[in-house]
Design a protein around this ligand. Structure first.
Ligand SMILES: Cc1cc2nc3c(=O)[nH]c(=O)nc-3n(C[C@H](O)[C@H](O)[C@H](O)COP(=O)(O)OP(=O)(O)OC[C@H]3O[C@@H](n4cnc5c(N)ncnc54)[C@H](O)[C@@H]3O)c2cc1C
Length: 282
């Protein structure tokens, strides 16, 4: 297992916030994950595409579940996928096996464990629609368990595991046979549509807030006058006000100040509470 001391986390989070992990672990086996989870109470990070590293330096160890713990095997229309597998790698694999379903997640950065915990989604679809089962290590009970999709009680960007102390290890996805050409077309169209709307020239962590029922976040933030508003190097995107981008050296503090400002102004003008989708790692 790779262990890093004083690891610069800039390349390990999509906001490209500078922070340091005193110790970072990259386990390769389930046994190593269990041992770390039991002994050092680590912070768990996948692709780092939905997190805000709020501390300058983390004394609490960080355990990465990404390409160090990845792999896919197929069983007919089902894929068994380890949690650290990148969504792009998964999408390419599914396409190569003429399996449809994952192409909607091709352009969502991050890993399968993160997509499961966050119930990632776009265009009204959610990752949970593909899931048959989720296997995880329950740190409190010290057991490996498997839950069906129904037991996971998925909802918009949530599920029962989200606030439990668990490490997602593996998922089973049920996909559908399709032609590689159709799948490739969907992947590319999906990516093209997203890139047309989203700010992809600067680092971000996707949508900052969950979509409140009956409202759209971007237009409300635009309406309160914050589109393009900047604190330090953090800016509410002038392309899509639901995103915050890092123009260069944004700190977590800059980003969090913008978040609070947007929440206050939207609450004052529309009476709507904007709930944070991104996770602040304190
Ligand atoms: C440009 C851009 C566009 C995006 N578009 C979308 C979008 O359309 N839809 C969407 O839903 N999201 C979007 N996102 C956000 C992000 O890509 C997703 O939330 C993604 O699923 C996060 O995966 P991750 O592996 O990076 O998770 P991380 O950011 O590493 O972690 C997220 C949370 O999951 C936990 N976690 C991660 N792995 C595990 C594990 N194995 N076991 C237990 N807990 C774990 C972490 O502790 C953390 O709380 C976007 C991000 C960017 C940068």
């Amino acid at each position: 297992m790779r262990i890093e001391r004083n690891l610069d986390l800039t390349e390990f989070n999509s906001y490209r916030i500078h922070s340091v992990a005193e110790t970072a672990y990259f386990p390769e086996t389930t046994e190593e994950i269990k041992k770390l989870a039991d002994s050092i109470n680590p912070i768990i990070i996948g692709g780092g595409c939905n997190v805000i590293f709020a501390q300058d330096c983390y004394a609490q160890p960080i355990m990465f579940v990404r390409d160090n713990y990845s792999g896919i095997s197929s069983n007919g229309e089902c894929l068994v996928v380890k949690a650290g597998t990148d969504l792009k790698v998964l999408s390419e694999y599914a396409k190569d096996h003429s399996l449809s379903g994952v192409e909607y997640y091709y352009d969502i950065p991050g890993c399968v464990g993160g997509a499961t915990i966050m119930n990632a989604g776009c265009n009204g679809r959610s990752f949970s629609e593909l899931l048959e089962e989720v296997t995880f290590y329950d740190i409190e009970k010290e057991t490996i368990s498997t839950m069906t999709k129904e037991e996971m009680r998925f909802e918009y960007r949530g599920n029962v595991l989200k606030d439990m102390k668990v490490v997602v290890l593996e998922v089973v996805l049920r996909l559908q046979k399709s032609s590689q050409t159709d799948i490739a077309l969907l992947m590319e169209n999906n990516k093209e549509n997203r890139w047309a709307k989203q700010p992809r020239d600067y680092p971000s962590a996707g949508s900052v807030f969950k979509r409140p029922v009956g409202h759209f976040v971007g237009p409300m933030i635009t309406e309160v006058g914050l589109k393009g508003y900047r604190i330090g190097d953090a800016m509410i995107s002038d392309k899509h006000a639901g995103f915050i981008v890092n123009l260069g050296n944004a700190s977590a503090g800059d980003i969090i100040s913008l978040i609070r400002m947007a929440q206050e102004k939207v609450k004052a003008q529309f009476g709507v509470e904007l709930e944070l989708e991104q996770r602040i790692i304190g």
